[in-house]
Write a protein that binds this ligand. Structure first.
Ligand code: PEP
Length: 255
């Protein structure tokens, strides 16, 4: 099974509308107008810049998505954004369960599961982020933590939904810290995730699902990470804010 790698930018709470448009334009220029056709490129700007980034990226082959959402179509949820609104903006993907949502905003696996399901309901591809904290890894609990996040986050999904979605393995200790999991450690966890999915949903679904790595991905380490057989892409925070660096990540060359 060939999986098309997904390189995604998570701009977090960075960039005004004009800065976002400029970065998207710079990225297009760096990429010669379009991404290479053997990989998918996705930009997740802050909500306020999605519309403007859409205008810049429409027709270029680069996709846009969101970093979060609330799992209802609409209603009295002050300050929240719904999957229906994101679909209306042409978003293809939504990140769900990012560690900053889990740890800063206290999101638990049940809410995250509702978000995953709501994404499907509105035709969005959920990117479910999972990953252990440093203390878990030091205690040898990284697989147990990730397994629980998967089991609870994916509850109620069909094998067909699993095959369409994206899992992002993001060890919390590697996010925004400059620390990267070694390519071997990343591969070991990605293999564990694919194996777990295979046992729950069948080998076909496990072979189809994209498993991205996230955590201080940079131009200098992307090639080795992408060379791992179960690493199907990257979710990039800090290095995606700079068009030149992100373009180099998009142009990764796995040997
Ligand atoms: C992220 O926020 O998903 C992320 C991986 O950030 P960084 O690349 O900055 O570690």
């Amino acid at each position: 099974m060939t999986r098309t790698p997904l390189i995604a930018a998570n701009w977090k709470m960075h960039k005004t509308v004009s800065e976002a448009v400029q970065t998207a334009r710079d990225l297009l220029e760096q990429l010669g107008g379009a991404p290479p056709d053997d990989r998918t490129v996705l930009i997740c700007p802050p909500f306020t810049a999605i519309m403007a980034v859409r205008e810049t990226l429409t027709g270029t082959g680069i996709l846009w998505g969101a970093q979060n959402m609330y799992p209802r179509a609409d209603g009295a949820f002050t300050g929240e954004i719904s999957p229906r609104m994101l679909a209306d903006l042409g978003c293809t993907h939504v990140i769900v369960g990012h560690s900053e949502r889990r740890h800063i905003f206290g999101e638990g696996n049940q809410l995250i599961n509702e978000k995953v399901r709501a994404a499907f309901e509105f035709g969005l591809v959920p990117i479910l982020a999972v990953g252990e904290r440093l203390e878990h890894r030091q205690a040898g609990l990284e697989e147990a933590v990730v397994e629980e996040q998967l089991a609870k986050g994916l509850m109620g999904l069909s094998a067909d939904q699993i095959r369409q979605m994206v899992i992002a393995y993001e060890p919390v200790w590697a996010i925004g810290t400059g620390e990267t999991a070694s390519p071997e450690d990343a591969q070991a966890m990605h293999r564990f995730i694919r194996g777990w999915l295979g046992a729950q949903y069948g080998e076909d679904a496990a072979q189809a699902v994209l498993i991205q790595y996230g955590g201080s991905v940079k131009p200098t380490n992307v090639d080795q990470l992408m060379a791992q057989p179960d690493v199907d892409g990257a979710l990039v925070g800090g290095a995606s804010l700079d068009a030149e660096q992100f373009a180099r990540i998009v142009r990764f060359q796995a040997p």
